[in-house]
Design a protein around this ligand. Structure first.
Ligand SMILES: C[S@@+](CC[C@H](N)C(=O)[O-])C[C@H]1O[C@@H](n2cnc3c(N)ncnc32)[C@H](O)[C@@H]1O
Length: 205
């Protein structure tokens, strides 16, 4: 007999439709901040999570969790909820996320002030950050801010650890050469509205 599929915090038709409505409403109110008309598809979220190595010690920092589709994919990837620290600017999304994932520490704050937001979660004495997984709409910010975000992340990571970002654009949200990193990109995920791809930045040794 086949095993029943375990339900996730973001499963179900009702959830999906409600999340789409929430996104659309927030996008109408704050298009630049929300950055998308709909949540990412599970396919895109799983692809992002696939670049996180669950064996690498340290916290996984998530930026812009929205309604939690990437958070869910990280947990399914084998990252314990307590190992994630997730920063979301939207107060309503934060309240929803805390209900959905009670074991994940969500910080209501600005991801571009990452140090401030994760202080107390990622202590100096612990391991460096294992990965940063970002769904932020980076193109709505000037390039120096994007570059600073990447540099701030790399300062907390060991060489080789990934900063993972999705985008709908043809070009990298942080141009290669703007800072010292190695760049990898995925193929297009067509089962996403609109199609998107994943960019992986790694600090050089
Ligand atoms: C494109 S949505 C992605 C949401 C979700 N991860 C997904 O893939 O469906 C971007 C998210 O980033 C959040 N966000 C935008 N700017 C932010 C900032 N400066 N700090 C924290 N969160 C931010 C938005 O509120 C929104 O939830």
């Amino acid at each position: 007999m086949g095993q029943a599929k375990k339900r996730s915090a973001t499963d179900g038709f009702g959830h999906k439709v409600l999340d789409e409505v929430r996104f659309l409403k927030n996008w109408i109110d704050k298009p630049l901040m929300t950055g998308a008309v709909a949540p990412s598809s599970p396919q895109l979220a799983r692809l992002m999570a696939s670049y996180v190595d669950p064996e690498r010690p340290g916290m996984v920092v998530e930026l812009g969790p929205g309604t939690g589709v990437v958070t869910q994919a990280l947990i399914e990837r084998g990252i314990a909820p307590e190992r994630i620290v997730s920063i979301e600017y939207n107060r309503d999304f934060c309240a929803l996320l805390r209900q959905r994932f009670p074991r994940v520490p969500f910080v209501h704050g600005d991801a571009y002030r990452m140090g401030q937001a994760i202080a107390g979660h990622v202590g100096e004495e612990r391991h460096p950050v294992a990965a940063v997984v970002s769904s932020l709409p980076l193109f709505t910010r000037p390039l120096p801010e994007r570059t600073r975000l990447l540099d701030e992340s790399f300062a907390r990571m060991e060489p080789g650890a990934p900063f993972i970002q999705f985008s709908y654009a043809l070009v990298s949200p942080v141009p290669h050469g703007a800072t010292r990193f190695e760049l990898e990109r995925s193929g297009w995920v067509v089962r996403n509205l609109p199609p998107a791809r994943v960019w992986i930045y790694r600090r050089r040794g």
